[in-house]
Design a protein around this ligand. Structure first.
Ligand code: AHR
Length: 500
């Protein structure tokens, strides 16, 4: 059977916010140390930033970069991470049972973003686990106030005369999770988030603030948590966060391939909850979604890894090596985000380097791209503009977790110059999927490129020994004529079809 949909410029979802292609740097494992920062590495610059990693970060096309956690932020003392490096204290990081040297801190993070380029925007989290309003305000003053106060002058004394200008702030991290240091009930967190937001806005009313939503749709408190938190914070915040990670359970690859079914329902349920609170409050304001942690993560392995640790510095942790199958699921998660670009206005791929990451490094050695690198880089490069409303008519398959699921998962983005890119995943592990797209009034004349990520071995991966084992390839035979677009999607494939 053939999968079909129609594209029509009159039917759109919304404009893609560049922040949809955000990422995340946490003080966790080797994301920072020997990831982006490795003084003494042959490719390190004068600040210890690995330029080989910088090149890949630019190629990946990330925008907002969330920092410094994650679970790490709930024990974070920002003042430990500034000033002369030799004076910075070493601290226990309770979240990951490691020791934090603080050699890389706030100023180094801002310097790193500048090196990535103007598209890289800071997204800073404050600690609402072990700390509260006062410390958030102090961090804000240190980071953003121009001069003439104790903390802004201290920043200048530390070598950063210009304020960092951080506009986007997360009010804590995963405060609904019992694993979080300083975990709170929705009522406790809602009050603290509201007080912190109110105070931060007293310094700067123009900040954009993200309240913590649920750490996953399966959390027992899901939806009630969002409703309670938003009841307290509705007028004070701009976004609510969502986090989701996917992995196959008990070898159930078919359900794993349909993970985006869960992601889309999570998004739609959070939108419904936000709008329900808005309706109750008789508010015209809409709360948008910050999907500030998402990825494929073989999380069940991590628990054992972490509990065995005896406070090492920057150990190898969460270093998942992604297969072609993982990359196809990952691409489908990107499609889910794009399909909801009207309300998902921030999203952060967790994380950037080494830790469940698209970029891997070897200490003293090379950096390379995981399979997941390619869907992200292509989506960031070609997924800018207006998302067209794609309603697929697709053959289906049976999954244990989600029942009947479409074999085709797709979206399309129309750029400012009128060109259109179709992003599509074929979830079938065995069959090619013929695709027909009717194109109404888009004025498109040719296929620029059909690129696919697929492999005869769905378990193929890129490794230190074979860093380019998996790369996207060109697909022949994709046709655009008066009958529309016709393509064949290989089994288990991520596809990018560019039309102009
Ligand atoms: O990204 C890894 C961890 O996942 C983050 O620290 C935490 O917020 C989430 O549970």
């Amino acid at each position: 059977r053939t999968a079909r949909f129609t594209l029509d410029p009159a039917f759109t979802v919304g404009e893609v916010n560049p922040r949809l292609f955000g990422s995340f740097v946490e003080h966790l494992g080797r994301c920072v140390y020997t990831g982006i920062f490795e003084p003494g590495h042959p490719a390190a610059d004068e600040d210890g930033i690995r330029t080989d990693v910088l090149d890949l970060v630019r190629e990946l096309g990330v925008t907002a970069i969330r920092y410094p956690g994650g679970n790490f932020v709930s024990g974070y003392k920002w003042e430990d991470s500034v000033g002369p490096v030799e004076d910075r204290p070493r601290r226990l990081d309770l979240a990951w049972r490691t020791t934090e040297s603080n050699r890389f801190g706030l100023s180094e993070y801002i310097a790193f973003l500048k090196k990535v380029g103007p598209q890289a925007e800071p997204m800073m989290a404050v600690n609402l686990g072990t700390r509260g309003v006062a410390e958030a305000l102090e961090l804000q003053e240190y980071a953003n106030h121009p001069s003439g106060t104790a903390l802004s002058d201290l920043r200048a004394e530390h070598g950063d005369k210009d304020p960092f200008g951080i506009r986007l702030w997360c009010l804590g991290n995963e405060m609904d999770g019992p694993w979080q240091t300083g975990h709170k009930t929705a009522e406790e967190y809602g009050r603290l988030a509201a007080e912190t937001a109110r105070a931060m806005r007293q310094i700067d009313p123009d900040l954009e603030l993200v309240a913590c939503g649920s750490s996953g749709q399966s959390m027992e408190t899901f939806a009630a948590w969002e409703a309670t938190v938003l009841q307290e914070t509705y007028d004070l915040v701009d976004h609510i966060s969502l986090h989701a990670y996917y992995e196959p359970h008990d070898g159930d690859v078919d359900s794993f391939l349909a993970s985006a079914v869960d992601m889309e329902s999570f998004i739609e349920n959070v939108v419904a909850t936000c709008d329900h609170v808005g309706a109750r409050l008789k508010s015209k304001k809409k709360i948008n979604l910050s999907f500030d942690e998402w990825n494929v993560w073989y999380m069940t392995k991590t628990q054992a890894e972490v509990s065995a640790l005896d406070w090492p510095e920057a150990p190898r942790l969460l270093e998942d090596n992604y297969s072609v199958t993982d990359a196809v699921v990952f691409g489908s998660l990107l499609i889910a985000l794009l399909r909801h670009a009207d309300r998902v206005t921030v999203a952060c791929l967790a994380q950037l380097v080494n830790v469940i990451a698209p970029i891997m490094t070897e200490p003293g050695g090379p950096a390379w791209r995981q399979t997941t690198f390619f869907p992200f880089a292509q989506a960031s490069a070609y997924g800018r503009g207006e998302v067209l409303d794609v309603r697929v008519d697709s053959p289906t398959y049976e999954t244990k977790k989600y029942g009947e699921a479409d074999l085709l998962h797709a979206t399309a983005v129309r750029a400012e110059d009128g060109s259109v890119t179709v992003f599509a995943v074929n979830r079938s592990r065995t069959e090619s999927l013929p695709l027909e797209v009717a194109l109404n009034g888009l004025g498109l004349g040719e296929v620029v490129e059909h690129s696919a990520l697929a492999d005869a071995d769905p378990d193929a991966r890129n490794t230190l020994a074979e860093p380019e084992r998996v790369v996207p390839h060109a697909v022949d035979g994709t046709v655009l004529d008066e009958g529309g677009l016709r393509a064949t999607l290989e089994p288990l494939s991520w596809n990018v079809i560019r039309l102009r």
